[in-house]
Design a protein around this ligand. Structure first.
Ligand code: HEC
Length: 141
């Protein structure tokens, strides 16, 4: 009798509860450790020119050539993007957070992952911030 009760209790406790997904979703909260990372690169005209080119290939179709969030894919994918030319857009995000998002993607944004070297990703963070400082003409050569 006691055994049966125990079995029932165990079933109720550990029974048909849904499995937790093993992988975190792409937009999981950024680890505090990652958010605290300090940008280790000093931008040079060459490194910025390089990431500007990469940005043109990998990012502009969503974020827009000058970061205004009006890229070609926005309508098709129904994206909601910040206007990065607005200094308020990224002011509450650390360099570490931007690095993490660019490296790992977020929501509908694909990850840049291993396509770019960490050094390039940090330069990308600087580029993305520069859209706001220089305004809408930043990406025009
Ligand atoms: C397919 C469209 C797409 C592409 C390509 C893309 N992004 Fe994004 N990006 C997004 C979306 C959507 C968000 C908002 C994600 C969220 O908050 O859910 C975002 C967010 C960001 C953010 C965080 C600030 C914000 O607006 O929330 C940065 C920085 C960023 N992207 C930079 C880049 C860079 C740099 C590249 C190229 C390496 C890139 N993105 C490529 C769609 C894209």
């Amino acid at each position: 009798m006691l055994k049966t009760l125990f079995a029932v209790a165990a079933l109720l406790l550990f029974g048909p509860s849904p499995q937790q997904p093993a992988a975190k979703p792409a937009d999981a909260t950024i680890p505090a450790e990652a958010a605290r990372m300090v940008n280790p690169v000093t931008p040079t005209p060459e490194s910025q020119a390089h990431v500007k080119k990469v940005y043109g290939y990998d990012c502009a179709m969503c974020h827009g050539a000058n970061g205004d969030g009006k890229g070609d894919l926005v309508a098709d994918m129904k994206l909601k993007l910040k206007d990065l030319t607005d200094p308020a857009a990224l002011k509450d995000m650390t360099d570490g957070e931007l690095f993490y998002i660019i490296k790992n993607g977020k929501g509908q944004m694909p990850s840049e992952g291993d396509r770019a070297k960490p050094e390039d990703l940090w330069n990308m963070v600087i580029l993305v911030r520069s859209f706001a400082r220089k305004g809408p003409t930043a990406a025009t050569p």
